[in-house]
Design a binder for this molecule. Structure first.
Ligand code: ATP
Ligand code: MG
Length: 402
């Protein structure tokens, strides 16, 4: 015997009216997309839940993939069997043993019988299935209040469904149900995690990367493409906008006193990111800043840097400790890439004595030496946009889906 279905639950409490329809439609589409490489697998929606029909696909591999689909609250591997008492008993016993492989612990059976034509009532079914399990296991006992395992049996029109395990999903909202955001993606540890967390709230993600050839090399850029590709696992295909930042950086280096170089460079990046967000119709910028982590992320710095823009800036990591960020980076598969040692544009030229409390008026004064409008427009005009797709997926399939 083996699981032939996976029952997926989502948290519909937070949803009303039209939102709920969009949410369900998108979630179904996203699950289908995530499972497209499993041949034979089908996904259907019914009565506020979704069912994956495995048709021979490996249940644990499919379950692992479901962990990447935001909007899934929890799921359970399930056995669908004919409406035949012996088959239902056998399936319940098998699922029970799968949930408690050492055959010791406690359980209870919960039967739901929406199909009133089934000749045996719920109470009797509870008793019969429970007895069958007790007769065929060693040290398992019944505990109706706090069982280790709840054997759920649902008698429907077409079949019976049996589940025992409840696996926590990734939660969040289905991707592409919220608006578009632009992620400032560096090659570091933080920004990919920030992108992942933004995706968790259902956004459509595009990324912008500042590149300063020849000071930052092709491999640094390749690393960013690779990081973006990891994010496609959670967000589907994604655009990466690469900004040529060398000219602006050189100009800043030439004109601005050392101690304000970092502050002015960040202000410039943010202006360019905002102009790019307008160009690509993104409603917010996302970055990987965490309060107090480095000189550019003190509250004073943020205040002075943020002043150039009025577009919302989302900072999913703002209160997160570095060690916790690293843990998420490892979990989502970006950490090993992030620690590869390539220079980021933010670290070149920069003197060690960056201000941790840059003064806004001074920053504005120093900036008078720069032709800001020109530098911003020129950088945005020369952005190179590329489409990042998961390697295993064929381009046309992507275009059809999104
Ligand atoms: P990360 O690990 O994400 O690089 P960090 O702690 O190293 O973060 P900084 O290098 O100061 O911090 O960058 C802060 C944020 O600015 C990053 O999280 C990212 O969102 C953005 N950023 C930095 N460098 C770049 C870049 N070259 N291109 C795009 N965004 C960048
Ligand atoms: Mg960095």
């Amino acid at each position: 015997m083996n699981y032939n279905h996976i029952l997926i639950r989502y948290n519909e409490l937070a949803l009303k009216g039209k939102n709920r329809k969009d949410f369900e439609r998108k979630l179904l589409e996203n699950i289908k997309f995530a499972l497209q490489n499993f041949s034979g697998v089908k996904v259907n929606r019914s009565f506020g839940r979704m069912f994956v029909e495995l048709n021979g696909a490996d249940e644990s591999a499919v379950s692992e993939r479901l962990q990447d689909v935001f909007g899934i609250h929890s799921f359970s591997p399930a056995l669908k069997v004919e409406l035949n008492q012996e088959k239902i008993d056998a399936a319940a016993l098998w699922a029970m043993k799968d949930a408690l492989p050492n055959e010791d612990g406690t359980f209870k059976v919960t039967v739901k019988r929406p199909n009133k034509n089934y000749p045996i009532g719920s109470q009797q079914l509870n008793y019969d299935i429970g007895s069958h399990i007790l007769r065929n296991t060693k040290d398992i006992t019944v505990n109706v209040h706090h069982p280790d395992v709840e054997v759920k049996v649902e008698i429907r029109e077409e079949a019976a469904y049996i589940t025992c395990k409840n696996v926590k999903g990734p939660g969040g909202l289905p991707i592409r149900t919220a608006g578009k955001v632009l992620l400032m993606l560096s090659g570091g540890i933080d920004s990919p995690v920030a992108g992942y967390l933004a995706l968790k709230r259902g956004v459509l993600l595009e990324a912008i990367h500042f590149h300063s050839p020849p000071f930052t090399n092709e491999r640094a850029r390749q690393k960013v493409e690779d990081l973006a590709r990891v994010l496609t696992r959670y967000g589907g295909s994604m655009k990466l906008h690469v900004v040529p930042f060398t000219d602006a950086q050189k100009e800043i280096h030439k004109q601005i006193p050392d101690s304000y170089e970092m502050t002015i460079m960040r202000r410039m990046m943010l202006r360019i990111a905002e102009a790019a967000a307008k160009k690509y119709e993104a409603l917010a910028i996302v970055n990987g800043e965490s309060l107090g982590q480095v000189a550019s992320q003190t509250l004073d710095s943020m205040h002075t840097i943020n002043e150039v823009t009025s577009i919302p800036i989302l900072r999913p990591l703002i209160t997160t400790d570095k060690l916790d960020v690293i843990e998420v980076a490892k979990k989502i598969g970006t950490y090993d890439l992030s620690i590869l040692p390539f220079e980021d544009c933010c670290t070149i030229f920069l003197p060690p004595n960056s201000k941790t409390k840059p003064n806004l008026e001074k920053a504005k004064l120093y900036e008078k030496e720069l032709d800001i409008d020109h530098l911003v427009k020129d950088a945005v005009d020369r952005i190179e946009s590329i489409k990042i797709t998961p390697k295993t997926i064929i381009e046309e399939e992507f275009n059809n889906l999104f």
